[in-house]
Write a protein that binds this ligand. Structure first.
Ligand code: NAD
Length: 441
């Protein structure tokens, strides 16, 4: 049984994709999207491109592709722009990032060379291990925000764009606690004008995006848009926002495995995760301030999934440790080791070892693509846009943003159900509860 569904404006015209940070993730996403557009490769890992959604009963045989079920922008309509403190064009930046191999990059070289990053809003104190010259100058942080807004307006005009979205793919900033300047829009704007040291560059981008009517997604664990001042701005502007920190690598594994162990009521005494990686992201995370931001994001997932307050005998004494080691020879080809000390019937101990030879940016690129398309869907759907935070996109994040006072849902399978049920709801299809008694009537 289906009803009308909710109003969604059609994805007419071109969609601008604004990307602060032209590093490993961003170049792998842009080069890959262009390779897919040219029919040279497949968008593996992307729910919007390869996923389906079951509708109605299991016996109905209705499982359309997601991109046919909801009106998403077409890949051909995406136009890219970026900012970075290094002036390299996307081809040069991709070569340095060392994720995609030369034949893949050379096949889209002409396209990548055209993408040159605009000067960044950057403050060394927030990312201690980087220094670059392609940086904006301004007397106040408000002046810098105004320059970003000019960039956004010019990009829109020069490319005849209909709509835009912004996805933060720049480095992890140093750890920052929410403080008075983040509590209201008035205080925040005052902070921009008085150069408050607690206003991070990523917040200036998010502010510029929201003021310009552009939805914002945060791929890093920084606070960025996850503070009341910017939540309120998103609500006021009726713009979707989401974050934080793309769910890739070891955290992806954690959110796949932990729900399974909990489902079978197996106990956990310890979970030790360590990894070696040698890309620029690894170099940035070598700074203790940036690592602290990442660590907070990575640690919280297990706690929420396992619910030690509900299952004290199984998870109360869990020792969870995360280590990231910068090791240049590996480049983007990270290796992550996990050791799980679990226990079963009568408390008998067992161990699980995982050695994941993963490629972080290969896992992150399809997430960026899906976020671009789903955020754009949300901005055309008043029922979603007016709510600001898009919890249904938790699926993509290590530390999902939620309404104040609500704990985040970390279990990957619940997150996927939430995402697909949101799509069903938008189209007026019945939500799937998996009750299934009717099959036996
Ligand atoms: N690689 C992954 O799979 C993954 C997974 C989850 C989250 N992330 C996050 O995504 C972000 C990007 O990761 P990456 O591997 O591409 O890193 P990267 O170091 O290769 O790229 C980041 C880029 O951002 C630029 N940058 C830093 N501050 C900037 C600013 N203020 N304005 C504009 N540009 C700025 C840097 O110069 C660099 O080119 C990081 O925050 C990382 O923590 C990455």
């Amino acid at each position: 049984m289906s009803s009308q569904g909710v109003a969604i404006a059609p994805p007419e015209g071109k969609l601008g994709v604004l990307i602060p940070g032209m590093g490993a993730v961003a170049t792998t996403f842009v080069a890959g999207t262009e390779a897919v557009r040219r029919g040279l490769a497949q968008p593996i890992g992307s729910l919007t491109q390869m996923g389906t959604v079951r509708l109605g009963k299991r016996t109905d045989g209705r499982s359309p592709a997601i991109k046919e079920f909801v009106p998403l922008a077409r890949l051909d309509d995406l136009v890219f722009a970026s900012w970075d403190l290094f002036p390299d064009n996307a081809y040069e930046a991709a070569l340095k990032a060392g994720v995609l191999e030369r034949p893949h990059l050379d096949a889209v070289k002409d396209f990548l060379q055209e993408l040159r990053p605009m000067p960044a809003v950057f403050e060394h104190k927030f990312v201690k291990n980087l220094s670059g010259k392609n940086v904006k100058k301004g007397k106040t942080k408000m002046d810098l925000a105004a320059q970003l807004m000019d960039d956004i307006t010019t990009f829109k005009k020069n490319n005849g764009l209909n709509r835009m979205v912004m996805v933060w793919c720049a480095s992890t900033e140093t750890f920052l606690r929410p403080s008075a300047v983040h509590q209201s829009l008035v205080a925040f704007e005052k902070g921009l004008k008085s150069n408050s040291p607690e206003v991070a560059p990523s917040m200036i981008y998010a502010y510029a995006a929201l003021k310009s009517g552009v939805p914002f997604a945060n791929g890093a664990p920084n606070l960025t848009v996850d503070v009341p001042a910017l939540h309120n701005l998103a609500l006021k502007q009726e713009l979707p926002v989401c974050g934080k920190d793309f769910k890739t690598g070891q955290t992806l594994m954690k959110t796949i495995l932990a729900p399974g162990l909990k489902a079978r009521l197996l106990g956990l005494r310890g979970w030790f995760s360590t990894s070696i990686l040698g890309n620029r992201n690894g170099e940035v995370l070598d700074d203790p301030g940036s690592f602290r931001t990442k660590e907070e994001s990575k640690l919280s997932a297990l706690e929420y999934i396992l619910q030690p307050d509900l299952y004290p005998d199984l998870y109360r004494d869990l020792y969870h440790k995360v280590r990231i080691n910068y090791y240049p020879p590996r480049g983007d080809n990270k290796e992550g080791w996990d050791n799980l000390d679990i226990f079963g019937w009568l408390g008998y101990p067992m161990q699980i070892k995982i050695d994941f030879l993963c490629r972080d940016s290969i896992l992150a690129a399809p997430i960026v693509l899906d976020l671009v398309l789903f955020l754009d869907l949300a901005q055309r759907t008043p029922e979603l846009a007016r709510r600001g935070i898009q919890e249904w996109l938790s699926f993509y994040f290590k530390s999902p943003m939620t309404a104040p006072g609500l704990y985040p849902e970390h279990d990957l399978f619940i997150q996927l159900m939430k995402l697909k049920n949101t799509l069903r709801h938008l189209r007026g299809e019945e939500l799937i509860t998996h009750l299934g008694l009717e099959y036996y009537d």
